[in-house]
Design a protein around this ligand. Sequence first.
Ligand code: G6P
Ligand code: MG
Length: 218
Amino acid sequence: DIKGFVFDLDGVITDTSVFHSQAWHQVADKVGVTWDDELADALKGISRMDSLNLILKKDHKENDFSEAEKEALATEKNDNYLKLVNQMTPANILPGIQDFLATVKAKGYLLSLASASKNSPLVLKKLGLSDYFPKAVDPATLTHGKPDPEIFRRGAEILDLQPGECIGVEDAAAGVQSINAAGETSIGIGDPQILSAAAINFTDTTQLTLANIQQRLA
Ligand code: G6P
Ligand code: MG
């Protein structure tokens, strides 16, 4: 029986995946790496430093920067990102998400957050959703990022649930892999080709309802 939902944040609860992309795009331009949609998708769910390394690798620039220079580029990206986050309001919650959270909470399902972002507490606060997620995995404590199962496993553990009792909700291919490897039921929200490993695929957040989930699991 499903007893809890483990949520990704960026690109699922809110449209911040666009902000992450914009902020990285500026850094890519600066270091002379060409930006494209494929790179943007590959970065979804990936930690800050791993993202920078992927960007540099794309045009074989991974050895062109010292660790200190990389730290500075990562900080610059985060500064770009925070400028966008600071303008956020509850209007940035993706359609249907607030209703879904309210419904599952009222029905007694448990909720936790499994976001790789160190900015997730701030983002939840800007959205007015902090109260739904008193339980969140702290990404600073992780040994491995998505697609490793660690983060989604911990998302179940902090709810005192077994992975088999949880549904994980993701917009990233790496995130869906993490959910599957953790032994949870995966919902992928977005392009069904990119998220083909998901147990359930919804093309957008308006389809995320308990009725639709029950229908797909039946
Ligand atoms: C999420 C986003 C990624 C981002 C990562 C780290 O997984 O999907 O795009 O790189 O969090 O975010 P942070 O806010 O800590 O740089
Ligand atoms: Mg995401």
